[in-house]
Design a protein around this ligand. Structure first.
Ligand SMILES: Nc1nc2c(c(=O)[nH]1)N[C@@H](CN(C=O)c1ccc(C(=O)N[C@@H](CCC(=O)O)C(=O)O)cc1)CN2
Length: 281
């Protein structure tokens, strides 16, 4: 058996084409959506992702505001950048690229953002709205995962989903998203304290691997026919190493390539949040 490829790159391209039309309509009304990014330090992965986000903006006609701060930036320096974006009329939505250097208080900085400009859906008010299952900008990777599954008609309602990793950008938020009434999946959130990971993964209809541990999910752990989404982005000698072993392809029903799977969807859904914020405003 060979898994159907969950092509994030192609799906993201379709989403971006639709967004370009919506951006053009906004511009006809005199509104130019603008995405701001705050990047602190020189983590190579974060540099690549932020550069990609601005390339995407140019592609669909969204204006870009880029704030790059050195790794030595203080809490006050980052707060000043956030204040500036909160009050800038050119910035309709923005993100603080994560992870931040360890000396910074991430939660305090996220809380300082204007929730109406939170393009990542990670402000506590917006995550709180997700908990309450009311309308809010959705975290980009989880939203991208749901849309990718829907694009390929992978059944979500009633599915047993195992998410490996409890980080806020993926695992924890994805659990909230998939257990809304509209998705109605049953979600098990596994993490470093999980006793028998293989036993959980083995009974899953959908596996989302977001632990950042190369080849954590092996062929023998996957139920034949399951959908497997690889969010892992470890870098070994500059090359991406996913959380899913390559031979999982032989047993899974659906599998994301990595790169080219969840990453491009994350970026497309970020643009979507920016456009939606501009349309709301
Ligand atoms: N503020 C945020 N920080 C982080 C988020 C996030 O959603 N908001 N998620 C991740 C990283 N991330 C977005 O910022 C991200 C990861 C991967 C990709 C991507 O397009 N990957 C490409 C490969 C690119 C490469 O060569 O490395 C792919 O998968 O095809 C985009 C965004 C953590 N931080």
């Amino acid at each position: 058996m060979s898994a159907v490829k969950l092509d994030g790159k192609a799906t993201a391209a379709r989403i971006k084409a639709d967004l370009a039309t919506r951006v053009a309509a906004l511009k006809d009304r005199g509104i130019t959506p603008g995405l701001g990014t705050v990047l602190v330090g020189d983590d190579p992965g974060s540099q690549i992702y932020v550069a990609g986000k601005h390339r995407d903006c140019a592609e669909v006609g969204i204006a870009s505001i880029r704030v790059d701060l050195p790794a030595t930036a203080t809490q006050k320096d980052v707060e000043a950048a956030i204040d500036e974006l909160n009050s800038s009329p050119a910035c309709t939505g923005y993100i603080v690229q994560l992870p931040l250097p360890k000396h910074l208080d991430t939660m305090a900085l996220l809380e300082q953002m204007d929730p109406a400009k939170d393009a990542d859906g990670l402000h506590p008010v917006n995550l709180g709205r997700l908990v309450h299952m009311v309308d809010a900008p959705l975290p980009c990777t989880p939203h991208g995962i749901v849309l990718l599954l829907q694009e390929y008609d992978v059944p979500i309602k009633g599915a047993d989903v195992v998410v490996v990793g409890r980080g806020i950008t993926v695992g924890r938020s994805l659990g909230l998203l998939l257990t809304r009434r509209s998705e109605n999946a049953t979600v098990t959130l596994c993490h470093t304290g999980t006793q028998d990971l293989a036993a959980h993964v083995r009974r899953a209809d959908i596996v989302v691997a977001a632990a950042g541990v190369p080849e954590l999910i092996t062929r023998d752990m996957v139920k034949p026919g399951a959908a497997v989404l690889d969010v892992g982005v470890s870098r070994i000698n500059g090359k991406i190493a996913g959380d899913v072993a390559p031979d999982v392809e032989e047993v899974a029903g659906f599998l994301t390539p990595n790169p080219g799977g969840v990453g491009p969807m994350t970026r497309a859904l970020l643009l979507s949040n920016v456009v939606e914020a501009a349309e709301r405003a």
